[in-house]
Design a protein around this ligand. Structure first.
Ligand SMILES: Cc1cc2nc3c(=O)[nH]c(=O)nc-3n(C[C@H](O)[C@H](O)[C@H](O)COP(=O)(O)OP(=O)(O)OC[C@H]3O[C@@H](n4cnc5c(N)ncnc54)[C@H](O)[C@@H]3O)c2cc1C
Ligand code: FES
Length: 412
């Protein structure tokens, strides 16, 4: 990587990594088979087939698929497939009658775990090893890219990426950077060995798809979901390159856990200057999938430089700014206070000024924590997976909106 120009110069990217001296943490496991999860709920919007630079297929092809031709040289469609297709058409209207806006099913229900170990490999980052509260229990399986919703004191819920070894069903590991003034991260940093807490999930908003080769770009604490991907590619002997950026080496966790001898470029700003987005993608070979996690400017700049046709996946830890929104109103119950939502702000932010305890977690429309009942109004649903559904009887305060000057009445 090049040394680049000075911090703050145009075309260069900021970081949110911490600072200070580092101490080692435990490494993920060694050999094993690759983990190639498929897309899960709340997939990153930039993946193949989801806009961006991914592979696209016509909608009609999926809406009216042709039944496959029967085997053994018979002409005409396969009868079994035709039968299954009819069965599916009969069942679909029944499932469509599920209550509108129903919650995303929790894949593994609520889990109770105990903090087995707390490490602080760099200042401002706490690494927690979590084990089942009931000795002998196994934790639900996960794959690189999965996160868990951690249920903290007072019902505060925050998502954190799983970043240990997916083959170890006896423990999870999360790494949490303390955000100045943050509620959830401060609560995590206050946890001690022996404390118990609730988890929801694991769930996947950052699917790790099969590719011929990978470019991983991590910025600061954004290394957390990337590290298990790096190890999965390394174990599978799939060619990859990791570019790990941060403010300074001493504030970048897990440097000692990167696979030895692999193509990894550790690139702290205080040694190399802020990363130049185009240089991060230098020499991108055909068949490479690009994965990025870190500060928003880093993700946006990498996305902007990914060539068309290259699959690009990213995960944000904080929500994207509201773009193209209109100002509207949210009324908190029939006859309740009316909150003005500015065009560039989420309803969640506006409502929290009046009701500071309004619950949220992902703030990106995929966890369901902030959904409230919808009593009146015409919503513009932007949450997933019910995003855009005209059936929604709930309103996701973190992302959903309404037309200019309109009013949404919610059941809170
Ligand atoms: C899928 C997913 C996975 C995540 N994985 C991790 C992880 O592995 N490790 C980790 O440390 N965090 C991770 N996060 C972020 C984490 O969930 C919390 O958002 C973060 O810990 C801040 O929560 P808080 O309650 O302390 O801050 P809040 O009380 O929610 O916010 C306090 C203030 O800080 C701002 N703020 C919130 N989050 C950030 C941020 N990330 N950067 C800068 N400013 C912010 C808010 O806008 C607000 O002004 C993940 C988020 C998502 C959506
Ligand atoms: S906070 Fe997750 S959907 Fe709104």
């Amino acid at each position: 990587m090049s040394a680049g120009a000075r911090p703050g110069a145009p075309g260069h990217l900021g970081h949110s990594g911490g600072r200070g001296p580092g101490t080692p943490g435990p490494g993920p496991g060694r050999d094993g088979s690759p983990d190639h999860p498929g897309p899960g709920g709340g997939s990153a919007p930039d993946g193949p087939g989801a806009g961006g630079h991914g592979v696209r297929h016509s909608a009609a092809r999926y809406a009216h698929p042709r039944p496959p031709v029967a085997l053994f040289r018979r002409s005409g469609p396969d009868r079994l497939m035709l039968g299954l297709q009819r069965l599916a058409s009969a069942v679909e209207p029944l499932t469509a009658r599920l209550p509108p806006g129903h919650r995303i099913p929790e894949p593994a229900g609520n889990l109770c775990v105990r903090v087995a170990r707390v490490q602080r490999p760099v200042p401002d980052v706490a690494v927690l090893t979590l084990v089942p509260d009931r000795p002998g229990d196994r934790l639900p399986a996960w794959q690189p890219g999965h996160h868990v919703d951690v249920v903290l004191a007072d019902g505060v819920v925050r998502p954190y990426s799983l970043n240990g070894d997916p083959r170890d069903r006896g423990r999870y590991r999360i790494a949490v950077r303390r955000i100045p003034g943050g509620t959830g991260s401060a609560l995590v940093h206050g946890l001690a060995e022996g404390d118990t807490l609730g988890l929801r999930g694991p769930r996947n908003a950052f699917p790790f798809a099969r590719a011929e080769r990978y470019l991983f770009v991590a910025g600061g604490i954004g290394i957390t979901p990337i590290l298990p991907m790096v190890w999965a590619a390394h174990r599978a002997r799939t060619p990859f390159r990791l570019v790990y950026t941060g403010r300074s080496r001493s504030g970048m966790p897990f440097l000692d856990e990167l696979p030895a001898g692999a193509d990894t470029a550790v690139r702290p700003d205080d040694e190399f200057g802020p990363p130049e987005p185009a240089r991060l993608l230098d020499g991108l070979a055909q068949g490479t999938a690009v994965y990025a996690c870190g500060p928003a400017p880093l993700i946006d700049a990498v996305r902007a430089h990914v060539p068309p046709g290259t699959p690009f996946f990213s995960e944000r830890f904080a929500p994207a700014p509201v773009l193209g929104g209109a100002a509207f109103e949210v009324q908190l119950g029939r006859g309740g206070p009316v909150v003005a939502v500015p065009a560039d702000e989420s309803a969640l932010e506006a409502v929290r000024r009046v009701r500071p305890r309004t619950a949220y977690s992902c703030r990106q429309g995929f966890c369901g924590t902030c959904r409230v009942g919808l009593l009146e109004g015409v919503p513009d649903h932007r949450d997933r997976p019910t995003g855009g559904s005209p059936r929604g009887a709930e309103f996701a305060l973190c992302v959903s909106r309404a037309g200019e000057g309109e009013r949404i009445v919610v059941d809170v």
